[in-house]
Design a protein around this ligand. Sequence first.
Ligand code: FES
Length: 573
Amino acid sequence: MPKSPEELRSYRWFGPDNMRGFSHRSRMKQCGYRREDFTGKPVIAIVNTWSELNPCHAHLRERAEAVKRGVWQSGGFPVEIPAFSISETYAKPSPMLYRNMLAMEVEEALRSLPIDGAVLMGGCDKTTPGLLMGAISMDLPAIFLPAGPMLRGNWNGKPLGSGTDLWKYWTERCAGTITGEEWVEIEDGIARSPGFCMTMGTAATMTALAEALGFTLPGASSIPAADSNHVRMAMQCGERAVKMVWDDWKPSAFLTMRSFENAVAVDMAIGGSTNAFIHLIAMAGRCGLKLDMRVFDDLATIVPVLADIRPSGRFLMEDFYYAGGLRALMAEMTEFLHLDELTVNGCTIGANVAGAKVINPEVIRPRENPLVESGGTAVLYGSLCPDGAVIKTSAATPKLLQHTGPAVVFRDYNDMDARIHSDDLQVTPDSVLILQNAGPLGGPGMPEWGMLPIPRKLLKDGVRDMVRISDARMSGTAYGTCVLHVSPESFIGGPLALVRDGDLVRLDVDGRRLDLLIADDELARRNAAWVKPEPKFARGYMSLYADRVTQAHQGCDFDFLDGKKPTPEPEIH
Ligand code: FES
């Protein structure tokens, strides 16, 4: 049964014939609206992460107008509200610090204001999980409009990929194989339209997973930001949000553990960013669901990587869209999906992908000719990571996936930055580079430092990859044999804190192990001598973060936001 106008949440603000109702209505009239424009109509918040310091979202002001058009045309009342735009490029010391802050902002904005439903607009890495986590916790009807990837970069007739080609050409510049002039040309050509990074980085991964979870309209995550189809998609989101309010179609109506398993399966098939582990675990936590890292590993062993997109493959997100986009990819992997899971449009995933065709099998590989047969990502356990660690095997050097070598230890990022390119560094291609104090608390915010640079003296000898281990994250656009998210982190005394130069470290991806090869009594001795570092922040949001953030294998959410503990609706006094 659809809701009646009097049952709308916003009616509690705008409907009553009392002093508060008068006040709420008169202030909306102050903006030029008539009483009948907003009273008894679904009030749809367009939660906009537009910012001039977030180029990935440069077009979202215009898109908000298209969303409004859809809301008006469907009999709703649109209101645009800003939310913190966490720019992956500019937010320091780490954008990950602020994901939970955005999630709290969204939840509390939706709760405290006269809002019946929401269209959430974002895409730059942390904005997707931040928006969705807040919306899940508030549990109003909500639909996600991905910002869309930017167009391909271009240099000398060659396509350039965000991040991936930055790392690649920076390495060449360090090796002296490209000139300063060429470097500037690459800078001019690598980001040439609005939209998020167009490799399969965290942004493209998380927007695809939002679609796999059922949080977007079919096909929404693959449309390039600059394409006019993106404008039409924005309008449709506005239309659908109004209908969702009348039907009371909330995240809790369609998000289940099976939705998250769908998202994990799609993450494997797209060769997605390792950051997805942390974000999906946190999002599931907001639903009161415990998503174990072993689910990722189990699905990684059976789901093939089908998307031939950088950094694992050759193409870019614009190519992925022309090849059929996420609907086509999901149609190619239905055997790994729970097709009966529901989505924001009220239809099942199976119905939403039915009939989707792969246009270019080079970009979206057929099931019988995958990019990687299975195991795009692996979860490791062992004496160096009792609570787990992650490696993106599809972006690693195969021969390094079984490797034992002596550790070269950097106690933090600054230490690494100061010494990594020194001629005095005792390092060989067999060394294992270790970065400590780069985790949730140590970074803080698990910065994307996990792809440690290759020491320059080895670069000159042609070395382009080594085993690297840290409690940091890695950009989804990065590549290499990098073990990430080591948990518990070194800053709180995890075994990573106890590694010393020259210790042998064994990486055994086939066996899903990561071990520090020192005697137990020596490990116990170092553990007893370990001194807890001073907290990094004494005040403000950072202090709250430091007190309440969880470890990587738990999703790095705040412990008080996990689960489904109800927060009361505000009294309207
Ligand atoms: Fe925004 Fe990469 S910088 S998605």
